[in-house]
Write a protein that binds this ligand. Structure first.
Ligand SMILES: Nc1ncnc2c1ncn2[C@@H]1O[C@H](COP(=O)(O)OP(=O)(O)O)[C@@H](O)[C@H]1O
Ligand SMILES: Nc1ccn([C@@H]2O[C@H](COP(=O)(O)OP(=O)(O)O)[C@@H](O)[C@H]2O)c(=O)n1
Length: 387
């Protein structure tokens, strides 16, 4: 996920532009109409791998060894743009493969100006000294705003590894390291430990992990943390998850946290709030200016907060990737004599996070009886090289 993958908002903008362009050119944008019938099919690649792509003539002639997932109602370019915007807001629990036709019977071939075809699987937003490519999300917010709690949920649902700077520092104290006493004193006072210590711990944890996706929680806590991390690792965060919560609520939570932490007493808590306002908020502002902050209302109950968090992670982790992938599929349109008459247009598909990985290279799209004298079928398209 790097610069080559467009954000959903940029896709939406492109879609809207495309619709405006077509209107300006007097081309009516037809959506797949009422006598359209379509299915997205999950095929068993093991069974089908040696077969030639096949064209089924009739809608009902669907191969039976496959799971069939009905598509949503056909939608227009504008509706698709809206839908993509909504994907940012909430989670999807079913698959959507919107098909957009520029003109009756004309769909896109993937190579024709489809800017999403160049997705590089290796993309990430930085690398460690051992050349491991990684994706990093910083998780920031006041003490007690719920960072650790939500990180645990993200780990479960999205396969990230959670690295809490505070936990790493506390483990360092326990390990009897030479920095132990210094770290302990800083934590007791609610002060920020020098960056070289924390960055080294984070870097080591990332290198030792088999994972390549990290949630870095409670870091960077000040400008020095941020600059040191960037300099040492050359990693830019994918985005910054920022938990916003009132001091009263954070105080209540910390005083009830009951983890035996030396810094969860009212004196240190007040000092930590002050440090947060003076040193950590400017870091959030720094990333905000770069458009990288995803703000969360963290004052709500845990489950509600996670709904918002989930919606933020879902598009970046799977939805974008998957509609990009699906857009790589060749859609062929044949007339009644099986002459291929495919020309231009665009195809987009989105799937939910849970089914996406399984479907990414197995999906086929079948579209039938789209237009009176056309029978359209597409199976097993160009998915073979999607890995
Ligand atoms: N949304 C929430 N509503 C109520 N309590 C919460 C919420 N999120 C977390 N907590 C509780 O508040 C305390 C602090 O949460 P934690 O995740 O440790 O915060 P942080 O990592 O930001 O310091 C914990 O006891 C946790 O169970
Ligand atoms: N980047 C960091 C993170 C934590 N810390 C120290 O660790 C303490 C606890 O941080 P934490 O992230 O575990 O807990 P919260 O304060 O967010 O509840 C902080 O108050 C700092 O003293 C640090 O020095 N530098």
């Amino acid at each position: 996920m790097g610069s080559e993958v467009p954000s959903l908002s940029s896709v939406c903008a492109i879609l809207n532009q495309e619709e405006t362009r077509k209107k300006a050119m007097g081309v009516e944008c037809k959506t797949i109409s009422t006598n359209f019938e379509s299915n997205a099919l999950m095929v068993d690649r093991k069974k089908d791998i040696n077969k030639q792509p096949k064209v089924n003539k009739m809608a009902n002639n669907v191969t039976s060894d496959i799971d069939s997932v009905p598509l949503d109602t056909p939608i227009s370019v504008g509706q698709l743009a809206k839908l993509l915007q909504q994907l940012n807001q909430r989670d999807l629990d079913h698959m959507i493969v919107p098909i957009v036709l520029n003109e009756p019977g004309w769909l896109s071939l993937p190579d024709e100006g489809n800017q999403f075809n160049h997705h590089n699987e290796q993309e990430a937003n930085g690398s460690l000294s051992n050349k491991k490519k990684v994706t990093v999300v910083f998780v920031l917010g006041g003490p007690g705003s719920g960072k650790g709690t939500q990180c645990a949920n993200v780990v479960q649902h999205f396969g990230f590894t959670h690295l809490s700077a505070g936990d790493l520092l506390r483990a360092e104290i326990k390990s009897g390291s030479e920095n132990g006493t210094m770290i302990q004193n800083m934590i007791k006072e609610g002060k920020i430990v020098p960056s070289e210590v924390t960055v080294k711990l984070l870097q080591r944890a990332m290198q030792e992990s088999d994972n390549d996706k990290f949630l870095i929680d409670g870091f960077p806590r000040n400008e020095e943390n941020r600059a040191a991390f960037e300099k040492v690792t050359e990693i830019e965060p994918e985005f910054v998850l920022f938990f916003e919560c009132s001091e009263e609520e954070m105080e209540r939570r910390l005083l009830n946290r009951n983890q035996g932490r030396e810094d969860d007493n009212i004196d240190t808590i007040r000092k930590r709030f002050k440090v947060f306002l003076e040193s950590s908020l400017p870091v959030v502002e720094y990333y905000g200016a770069k458009g990288r902050v995803r703000k969360i209302d963290a004052g709500k109950p845990i489950e509600e907060v996670f709904e918002t968090v989930k919606a933020i992670f879902t598009p970046i982790s799977e939805k974008v990737k998957c509609y990009l992938r699906i857009s790589l599929f060749v859609i062929s349109i044949v007339d009644t004599h099986r002459h291929t008459i495919v020309k231009g247009g665009t195809v987009f598909g989105c799937v939910d996070a849970a089914t996406a990985p399984a479907m990414a290279n197995r999906i086929s799209i079948k579209m039938c009886r789209m237009l009176q004298n056309l029978q359209v079928a597409t199976t097993e398209a160009a998915g073979h090289n999607l890995g």
